[in-house]
Design a protein around this ligand. Structure first.
Ligand SMILES: Cc1ncc(COP(=O)(O)O)c(C=O)c1O
Length: 299
């Protein structure tokens, strides 16, 4: 009987859970554009238990105002505001300080940092976490293996220095892409052209290494060239690793498999993505090497 408010485009795992699984447990879900505070206010119902945020969001790179949204939700009686802060990392953003009740990180990404271990973290009130531990770990079996935990802890030690390197290389790559004639649009929170750059400047102490961009030539054609010709960047999914990773996210594919937007939301998604976007996770390599690699395939 609970109700959840979710962004209309976010990490596909959560988007699919909300669309396919939660309704079977009797949880209703509404989808909103988190940058439209009025739409968020309108979506909240008396039985809304949670507002879920993701910032920057995968794959739209939208940045939402955690403090404003947490205040709005709590004022309207929503108990929990949860923030998936995987893209930002704790180096960039501390959502609990901005009024959130839960923070979620995929440890598989920046925090582990090496692309060799899977894990996740939920940060929140002890009472809630105790309940979650009993249900998610003991009853459902979501327990991390000791070796994965060890790898992630080992990786986490270098997170601050890695994030500096991710940001430095990403800013150089984003500026290169923005100026490239074969590229039509770049979304990186550290660029002044990002639609929520002002929020990002306030809310992120590091702009991280994630970006998306679109090309003049059809994406699948360039993706095929990337697979053949890239030498430094790997054409692969996942993100937040030492090594740069790139992949093409076609709009038709992600709509069918995941978002299944109505006409208005689809129009908003297409306004961002067109036929699709390249998602680039900039690693900690030298920015000049990454730029040379991309220059090889963009034409
Ligand atoms: C924003 C975000 N949250 C969560 C996840 C889930 O990560 P994991 O692979 O650790 O399940 C991902 C994976 O891509 C993600 O991008």
């Amino acid at each position: 009987g609970d109700h959840l408010v979710l962004p209309e485009a976010n990490y596909v795992g959560i988007a699919e859970l909300a669309r396919d699984t939660l309704p079977r447990f009797g949880i209703a879900v509404s989808y909103v554009d988190l940058n439209d505070l009025q739409a968020v206010a309108d979506a909240i119902r008396p039985n809304t238990r949670m507002l879920w945020l993701e910032t920057p969001a995968n794959p739209t790179m939208k940045v939402c105002d955690i403090a404003a949204l947490a205040e709005l939700a709590h004022q309207k009686g929503v108990r929990d505001v949860a923030v998936d802060s995987t893209y930002a990392t704790p180096i960039a953003t501390q959502p609990l300080r901005l009024g959130a009740d839960f923070v979620i990180h995929s440890l598989t990404k920046y925090i582990g940092g090496h692309g060799d271990a899977m894990g996740g973290a939920v940060i929140g009130r002890k009472k809630d976490l105790d309940a979650l531990n009993l249900e998610a770990s003991v009853h459902f079996g979501g327990v991390m293996s000791p070796f994965n935990a060890w790898l992630i802890l080992r990786g986490a030690g270098t997170l601050p220095i890695r994030m500096r390197a991710h940001q430095e290389a990403a800013l150089a790559v984003a500026k290169f892409l923005e100026a490239h004639p074969a590229v039509t649009r770049v979304f990186y929170p550290g660029l002044a052209s990002h639609p929520q750059h002002e929020i990002a400047k306030r809310q992120m102490q590091n702009f991280s290494g994630m970006m998306t961009f679109q090309t003049r030539a059809p994406g699948p054609e360039i993706a095929a060239r990337m697979i053949r010709e890239l030498e430094v960047i790997h054409y692969a999914v996942s993100l937040g690793h030492l090594r740069s990773l790139i992949c093409w996210i076609g709009t038709d594919d992600i709509q069918q498999s995941t978002f299944r937007h109505d006409a208005a939301a689809l129009a908003r998604y297409r306004e961002f993505a067109g036929d699709g976007v390249f998602r680039l996770s900039v690693g900690i390599e030298n920015g000049d090497d990454l730029i040379a690699d991309l220059a090889r395939v963009l034409r």
